[in-house]
Design a protein around this ligand. Structure first.
Ligand SMILES: [Cu+2]
Length: 470
């Protein structure tokens, strides 16, 4: 995860870029500068530097695209191009994206804004951009071949429309989609309401990210674009845990998290320690009568969900996809199940041929999170991430919401791990462990037969001593 120093460095780097984008009047007839950012850290919110005010969002391990005002029109410049994305420290992927990163920068506008987006294609093939969820003229919808000509390599096309309804949107190519989305081409779009909206509450923190999946062989750099279902990397904004930043909030903050899914399967997103409500989708704000408390929200393919909660419980709260394979990294797939297999004879024979043969998974896979396994260059362990109590044994779509009383307003820096008040951490029972209790089966005596003492396959059921014998 990002430390505070990197976080501030990222902020400094982008404010320089914003200044560079505020060009003189002589340049206004030309294309807006294509601002690029390659650092994978979370950029602090980009305060609006013109136009109507709003509370900016924070893009997890991403950034917001600066714009320029040109005669009342907000002008943006997106560049579709090959990028190198660090998915986690030690692991880089060769993807396609926008302005130096996958996903591309978040675009933030205000309801009613006239928006002009210049799209330059630096890919080796044609592309287009579809503005998912927007009300716009049909010819601005970005479906290559249907509503416009494809943008050839080297050319720049212009999209222009009014951001008519407030909400949570995304953008992605509608050209050679299977390839271009498998390569990471996508970005987030937020349209803020122009005045107080009866269904859109003010929040203290507003995080956004996209869900996407990749199939990259350990040791290689480029996703396999023909993969339909068997992906091995499940990402928030093309990052995998432990490369995903935590979401750091102040206790009592009203927090909104907006999530869009451009992978090939649904992701049930689960928050620990709090209940949330779904306050909106890509179809707009959810009527209040249709909101109910949840701790998991399924985000289906092509959907967006915005969840909201009051972060009133201090701690380090996990927030992750609940499909357990989606919190694994590449090495967790295609490994045979070995649980319960007694390898000893086989190992003895194999080690005659392969002296450093290693048995994996005999007692489950948790060992693998801490085992010093030889990995190919350019990959990460299937699960890991060091926490204050050891390895988290997580990967992929996993991060932490850090709720702290002492987190200052507007501070998105990463506090240290939570300091638990005395007596509030699960602890080891120190009393005597009673033997397993067995219910008799009529006609058959006790089932299953008790194993001989000393056999290491026995499982002991431990109960609090006060309840033994019911
Ligand atoms: Cu998932």
């Amino acid at each position: 995860m990002t430390n505070r120093r990197n976080f501030l460095t990222g902020a400094g780097a982008i404010s320089g870029a914003v200044a560079a984008a505020s060009v003189g009047t002589a340049a206004l007839a030309a294309l807006p500068e294509a601002v690029t950012r390659t650092e994978p850290d979370t950029m602090p919110p980009l305060a609006p530097h013109g136009g109507r005010p709003y509370n900016p969002v924070v893009t997890l391990n991403g950034w917001t695209l600066p714009w320029r005002m040109n005669n009342g029109v907000k002008e943006f410049h997106l560049v579709a191009e090959p990028v190198v994305r660090e998915m986690a420290p030690g692991f880089k992927a060769h993807l396609w994206g926008y302005n130096g990163q996958s996903p591309g920068p978040t675009i933030e506008v205000v309801e009613g804004d006239r928006v002009r987006i210049f799209v330059t294609n630096r890919l080796p093939e044609h592309t287009s951009i579809h503005w998912h969820g927007q009300r716009l003229p049909n010819g601005m919808d970005g479906v290559g071949g249907l509503t416009q000509k494809q943008i050839p390599p080297g050319k720049t096309f212009v999209y222009e429309f009014v951001a008519r309804r407030p909400g949570t949107f995304m953008y992605h190519p509608h050209a050679d989609e299977m390839v271009q989305m498998a390569m990471g081409m996508m970005g987030f779009w937020v349209t803020h309401p122009k005045t107080r909206h009866p269904l859109i509450d003010e929040v203290d923190r507003d995080f956004v990210f996209l869900l996407s999946a990749y199939d990259i062989e350990p040791g290689s750099y480029t996703p396999k674009i023909m993969t339909m279902l068997d992906f091995n990397l499940f990402t928030f904004n093309s990052r995998i845990f432990p490369g995903i930043d935590s979401m750091n909030v102040r206790r009592g903050d009203r927090v909104r998290i907006r999530i869009g899914n451009l992978s090939m399967t649904s992701h049930p997103m689960h928050l620990h320690g709090h209940e949330f409500v779904i306050t909106g989708t890509d179809g707009g704000p959810t009527p209040r009568s249709a909101r109910w408390p949840e701790v998991t929200a399924d985000v289906a393919v092509g959907q967006m969900r915005q969840i909201e909660f009051v972060a009133d419980e201090e701690g380090d709260w996990a927030f992750h996809c609940h499909k357990s394979h989606h919190t694994m990294n590449a090495m967790g797939h295609d490994v045979p199940t070995m649980i319960g297999v007694d390898h000893r004879d086989v190992v003895r024979q194999i080690t005659k041929l392969v002296p450093d043969y290693m048995v994996m998974g005999e007692r489950g896979m948790a060992d693998m999170a801490e085992m010093e396994m030889p990995l190919p260059d350019n990959t990460v362990p299937m699960m890991g991430g060091q926490g204050p109590f050891g390895s988290l044994e997580m990967g992929g779509m996993f991060t932490v919401v850090k709720v702290r009383a002492g987190q200052k307003r507007g501070d998105y820096g990463n506090p240290d791990w939570f300091r638990h008040p005395a007596g509030t951490v699960a602890y080891e029972f120190q009393g005597a462990a009673p033997g397993a209790q067995r219910a008799p089966v009529p006609g058959k005596g006790s089932m299953p037969p008790r194993a001989a003492p000393g056999r290491d396959v026995e499982v002991q059921i431990r109960k609090p001593s006060g309840h033994v014998g019911h």
